[in-house]
Design a protein around this ligand. Structure first.
Ligand code: MLT
Length: 393
């Protein structure tokens, strides 16, 4: 066959991180069917959808079953009710968004990958370690990627002071996946100033904003000057337990202009060509999750997960294992004991304690020697994992 393929795929790691882990776990389970595995690897929620969401989606299902209320294609950017629910959510942090600046999607992962469509061949600046989708999606389109180290020395919060002042697409995830580090206002302002001065664009991933504890920005748009240099991508996956339900959004401010072209109409053009909108039923669920009552329910679930994080942290304290995170994020980022590499520790936990975590090196080279545990397990599973770790580490 002489059809050419996208050669950039050859530059990717063989597998997506979480797929590699799933394959290793599946091989272990097949070889050891009697062992009970505890999964604290991928950040997948375990609590069910909240009552408000379920009620809204049931109602929406019924609407779809009646001629008078049935819905076909909706707007690619989302229904007004969902867009307004997002806008109200931002208003709580003092951020005012216009209707046409909010694009409802099926989650942050898709938009993190899709956003590359509207950019040309720019240099990409990615913190290391971070959510692997930023790197992989840029490698897929042949972009040149530069890492900026996030390490214990800088509190896993790299700043632009040491960066050459030129144009980049800069990815920022705060609270950070995997380290749990969260930028304060002054630090984010440094990034916004850098972006405006260097004519860069920040892609801000706020998927974990609902976990913030303390006085930290929930959105890049809380920072003065951000409307001319930032796009924000967010999701209900972790906030409302939508990992299997799928709803998120992307915000592209009207003022964001690159090389004389406004990005908002470009993203609109991209979405209306390649996306037919998030399902009506799901958008009704998302609206309910962001309502006053619905969000309270989400916060109760978040509190449950954060209690898990506390329990994991106290077990690590007891073992004298260094860690960070778990306060404004559902992830605990720990240093592998006994100088083990990330994958050595992964294998040890899987083979000896039947606990699945995520090797830090999967989030970037600086993550080598670190490891991520998620607090999204059930309380029962988390407690059992803690007991196993107390005995086995
Ligand atoms: C993670 O574990 O890092 C996340 O669940 C992955 C994702 O949100 O796609």
């Amino acid at each position: 066959m002489s059809i050419k393929v996208n050669e950039n795929y050859k530059n990717l790691a063989q597998n997506y991180l979480f797929k590699t882990i799933a394959e290793k776990v599946s091989a272990y389970t097949q070889a050891n069917p009697d062992k009970k595995i505890i999964r604290l690897g991928i950040g997948d929620v375990t609590l069910p959808l909240t009552p408000s969401v379920i009620e809204a989606m049931h109602k929406a299902v019924d609407e779809m079953g009646h001629q008078e209320t049935f819905k076909g294609y909706g707007s690619e950017a989302g229904y007004d009710f969902a867009i307004d629910a997002v806008r109200n959510h931002y208003e709580k942090s003092g951020v005012i968004l216009k209707k046409n600046e909010v694009f409802i999607s099926d989650g942050a992962k898709s938009d993190c990958g899709n956003i590359t469509d509207i950019f040309g061949d720019n240099e990409i600046l990615i913190p290391d370690p971070v959510y692997p989708v930023y790197l992989d999606s840029n490698v897929m389109c042949g972009r040149k990627v530069q890492f900026i180290a996030a390490n214990q020395e800088n509190g896993f919060l790299p700043l632009p002071d040491a960066i050459e002042k030129k144009s980049y697409i800069i990815y920022i995830c705060s609270p950070n996946n995997p380290t749990g580090a969260v930028y304060n206002k002054e630090q984010l302002k440094q990034w916004v100033d850098f972006a405006n001065e260097s004519e860069s664009v920040i892609i801000f991933d706020s998927a974990y904003e609902a976990f913030i504890h303390g006085d930290y920005p929930h959105s890049i748009f809380e920072i003065e000057g951000s409307r001319t240099c930032a796009i924000e991508i967010c999701s209900l996956s972790k906030t409302a337990g939508f990992t299997g339900t799928r709803m998120g959004w992307t915000i592209v401010p009207e003022e964001l202009v690159c090389s004389g072209t406004a990005l908002n109409p470009m993203w609109n053009r991209r979405q209306s060509t390649k996306f037919n909108g998030t399902a009506y039923i799901i958008q009704r669920g998302g609206q309910a999750a962001l309502s006053e009552e619905g969000f309270k329910e989400c916060q109760e679930n978040i509190a449950y997960y954060m209690e898990n994080a506390k329990l994991i942290a106290s077990a690590l304290d007891e073992k004298g294992i260094w860690y960070t995170g778990g306060i404004s994020s559902p992830y605990i980022w720990l240093k592998c004991p006994n100088n083990m590499s990330s994958w050595e520790f992964f294998d040890y936990l899987l083979n000896e304690l039947q606990i699945v975590g995520t090797p830090g090196c999967g989030f970037g080279p600086q993550g080598e020697g670190y490891f991520r545990l998620t607090s999204f397990g059930s309380r029962e599973a988390t407690l059992e994992a803690i007991e196993r770790m107390k005995k086995g580490l």
